[in-house]
Design a protein around this ligand. Sequence first.
Ligand SMILES: CC(C)(COP(=O)(O)OP(=O)(O)OC[C@H]1O[C@@H](n2cnc3c(N)ncnc32)[C@H](O)[C@@H]1OP(=O)(O)O)[C@@H](O)C(=O)NCCC(=O)NCCS
Length: 301
Amino acid sequence: MAILVRVPPRLGRQESGALRVREAVHADWRECGRICYEAFATVARGHGFPPDFPSFEAAALPIRGLIDHRRIYGVVAERDGRIQGSSFLDERSIISAIGPVSVDPTCQDEGVGRALMNAMIARAAERRAPGVRLIQVAYHNRSLCLYAKLGFDVRATFAAMHGEPFGLALPGYAVRTATSDDAPACNALCVRVHGFERAEELDEAIAAGTARVVERLGRITGYTTAISYFSHSVAETNDDLFALICAAGGFGTPGFLVPLGNAQLFRWCLAHRLRVFFLTNLMTTGIYQEPRGAYLPSVGY
Ligand SMILES: CC(C)(COP(=O)(O)OP(=O)(O)OC[C@H]1O[C@@H](n2cnc3c(N)ncnc32)[C@H](O)[C@@H]1OP(=O)(O)O)[C@@H](O)C(=O)NCCC(=O)NCCS
């Protein structure tokens, strides 16, 4: 039986014009970038952490890329003609990924984030996405609780790890730049580990020249779209992942995401002098299976 609950307006909530959520357009990128930078920086400062995005440009340029991307759906929330926040839904695989969600620090805790999230969930439902995922910074209680209330379950915790390149190679593990001929084998590996492929992200990374594969005995046993916060990697074993990480050129902050459930990988990263920047949680709705192999998630999932 459905129970209807009347929710009183929250104390301090703005009483001015109605909140409107609309699709983001190119001209929004600067304001959305400013808000994204300030939203994350304010929360990070409040917790004594360095900001996720170190500058306005570091937040705004990716936001511009998201708004302009034809396979990423973006919305802004506006009140009285003023943008108060934005959020994005990556629709490049059957699993949709939300993020970043950011609300102007001057109007957080007033329901804007919930409205943005509801727009994401509605869009995913309209497209019949079987699952929606996101990664949230674990110290941020507000996002954790908001997403949990909206039906997202915490599935895994990751350490964002950064540091110097290792300058090592693993004998017997050949790492090389991926080509489009490698895509079928990489996609098959992703299906084996996660249950679905991330072919569009891989194709983009191959076109950009950042994707790499590792081969053992002439067979592809792992791939990465890049060892970074925004990229994912999938491999048969931890050794295959080690080879991909060893071949990477450096790990700037916040770093790439290491599943804490993979204790061997976490300890190996620590032994190679990588530092933990912060912890993040994977939260999901809809279908989810425990990965069956080694992997590094992107900031989406
Ligand atoms: C996270 C963020 C998008 C949320 O937006 P917001 O407009 O501030 O949030 P809302 O007011 O819509 O919702 C917050 C909810 O969390 C609840 N909440 C906040 N702090 C809480 C706490 N410590 N414990 C329990 N619940 C809490 C509020 O009561 C509210 O729930 P309700 O909608 O059921 O009333 C926004 O705070 C932000 O931009 N943060 C910085 C950037 C960031 O971390 N983004 C998320 C990345 S994944």
